[in-house]
Design a protein around this ligand. Structure first.
Ligand SMILES: [Zn+2]
Length: 296
């Protein structure tokens, strides 16, 4: 163990040049994302689920109980986060949405009713985006700068649509582990399914969602091993959590432990999506390209 750190020193002897030069000598960016899907988790799948009160109540747990608890933890730890909120949820949980903004966290767009973009025509996709930006700005007091597509899936025209509506960044693709620029100058902050809580914790009997909920010890190990390696490779650790899952008590403790151990490590820059995007745009030489071929 490194006496300065709660994290064991990796035994790997393989340490390539960092993929990205982060500010202030930090070796890794950490973007904590909360996708506050709430009731749209069910309603976007089937509006008839509105009559399933238990399923709906599990979804409601996120904005009603999970978010206030997580806001308390973030304040206690002194770290910023980015909340992607479907505008239907912002409308129906406006006090929750304003509390996120008042606490100084970033609010990004996440559809209106958590629509799957692949199922929308270009006109429908633009209408949903415009509506969601308008509603979020009206409630939170600031126009969103970032967009996370529901289910992470975007269409070929989405980057130009986001740019045309004044957004600074997208946080949906998975083809890299450091930010990159789309051809139109939109910043992409990539994520990955391994750093997502749905695969670890989601479960509903009917409709059948998720799997057997995992033990937090296993998830700590999964995520911290990835953090340690991403730190050594100079990556962006984009962790995506849903308050209806990660607002449950033992998982709030899990997040506290992860953030505390990353803070103790001293290598990470905790930043919102906007902060990362602005840094990327201001430091075009920060990214070390490794592509051997042009994309298809
Ligand atoms: Zn979502």
């Amino acid at each position: 163990m490194n006496p300065q750190s709660a994290i064991p020193i990796p035994q790997s002897l393989f340490s390539p040049a960092p993929r990205f030069i982060w500010p202030d000598g930090k070796r890794c960016a950490v973007m904590l994302c909360f996708d506050v899907d709430g009731e749209t988790t069910a309603l976007s799948e089937d509006p008839a689920l509105a009559r399933r009160l238990t399923t709906m109540s599990q979804c409601e747990y996120g904005p009603r109980v999970g978010v206030p608890r997580l806001l308390g933890l973030l304040e206690h730890l002194g770290v910023p986060a980015t909340f992607f909120i479907p505008s239907f949820i912002a409308e129906h949980h406006s006090a929750m949405t304003r509390a996120v903004a008042t606490a100084g966290h970033e609010i990004g767009a996440h559809g209106h009713l958590h629509e799957k973009l692949a199922h929308l025509s270009p006109d429908q996709e633009e209408a949903v985006l415009a509506k969601s930006l308008h509603i979020l700005e009206g409630i939170a007091g600031a126009r969103p700068a970032g967009h996370r597509a529901p289910w992470f899936e975007i269409n070929p025209g989405t980057p130009d649509l986001l740019k045309a509506h004044g957004l600074l960044y997208s946080a949906s693709l998975m083809g890299d582990d450091v930010p990159f620029l789309h051809a139109n100058g939109l910043v992409e902050i990539p994520g990955q399914w391994m750093l997502e809580d749905w695969e670890q914790f989601a479960f509903n009997a009917e409709p059948a969602w998720g799997f057997v909920p995992e033990n937090c010890e296993k998830v700590y190990d999964l995520w911290m091993r990835e953090y340690e390696a991403m730190r050594d490779f100079g990556c962006c650790f984009t962790l995506t959590l849903h308050p209806w899952l990660s607002g449950r008590p033992s998982r709030v403790r899990l997040l506290e432990r992860i953030v505390r151990d990353i803070q103790a490590d001293g290598s990470a820059w905790f930043a919102t999506g906007s902060e990362i995007a602005r840094y990327v745009l201001a430091h075009p030489a920060a990214r070390r390209e490794t592509d051997l071929d042009a994309p298809i």
